[in-house]
Design a protein around this ligand. Structure first.
Ligand SMILES: NC(=O)c1ccc[n+]([C@@H]2O[C@H](COP(=O)([O-])OP(=O)(O)OC[C@H]3O[C@@H](n4cnc5c(N)ncnc54)[C@H](OP(=O)(O)O)[C@@H]3O)[C@@H](O)[C@H]2O)c1
Length: 218
């Protein structure tokens, strides 16, 4: 069983992932910004570590992740401004890579976004910037020496979670529930032989375990 550090542990995907990983038998440390989020994480069996990814140095992030052997980055600025998007979605994963190196952590999972996201909506500077920062983070992770997985879910919804998906290196765009993303991410973490892969993910008909096994065979 692994000791997993989640950056974005209180978020839609991150909170569900924490619960699933704990249920799978892993130890989980969750980064949270506000003091009053600690109790909720602890109730889920997640060890809370307080910190703001914007302010934290890689050394401070490594301190928060002490004892972890896997890192997950699923934080996001969620449209709270261009500078915050740069600092969280863009710079955050690079800090996670640095912190992983400091701790000797080799596995990193990044929740990113489909390049097709937002194609059917009116263009806005904020969204274009978000997509550029997501791509900048993908590049930092994909060019690192770590055993990384970049997961690109479609449009996230709060619908009920499913145990089936469509998952692969190139799939058509669609949406997916945050709970389903968490289930897929948990299955990927439980299958470390899947690494150095960019994986697109939407709702779909394939059982998650089968979809992950197909990636391994590939
Ligand atoms: N929305 C979409 O359709 C979509 C599609 C594809 C991919 N994504 C990406 O998928 C990921 C997960 O999405 P989600 O909906 O689960 O996101 P979310 O609910 O907005 O959660 C974001 C998480 O990041 C944390 N966070 C924000 N600023 C932080 C900071 N300065 N320091 C530390 N933590 C900070 C939040 O903490 P607080 O609880 O304190 O706010 C929260 O835990 C994000 O990276 C998002 O960009 C989104």
């Amino acid at each position: 069983m692994a000791n997993i550090f989640i950056i974005g542990a209180t978020g839609g995907v991150g909170s569900k992932l924490g619960r699933l990983l704990v249920r799978s038998g892993h130890s989980v440390i969750g980064l949270h910004r506000k003091p009053d989020q600690a109790a909720g994480l602890a109730d889920d069996g997640v060890s809370p570590a307080q910190g703001d990814i914007i302010e934290m140095t890689p050394e401070q992030l490594a301190q928060a992740a002490q004892g972890a052997d896997v890192m997950v980055f699923t934080a996001g600025a969620a449209g709270s401004g261009l500078d915050r998007t740069t600092a969280i979605d863009g710079d955050g994963p690079a800090k996670a890579i640095e912190a992983a190196r400091l701790l000797g952590i080799t596995r990193l999972y990044l929740v990113s976004a489909f390049p097709e996201a937002g194609r059917q909506r009116e263009r806005s500077d904020g969204f274009e910037h978000y997509m550029a920062e997501k791509k900048r983070a993908d590049v930092a992770v994909a060019t690192s020496e770590l055993e990384w997985v970049i997961l690109r879910p479609g449009t996230l919804t709060d619908a009920e979670g499913q145990d089936t998906v469509t998952m692969g290196p190139a799939i058509l765009y669609g949406s997916i529930a945050r709970e389903t993303v968490a289930r897929a991410l948990c299955a990927l973490i439980n299958q470390p032989s899947v690494c150095r892969e960019i994986i697109e993910l939407t709702d779909g008909p394939t059982p998650i375990d089968e979809a992950v096994a197909a990636l391994r065979q590939g």
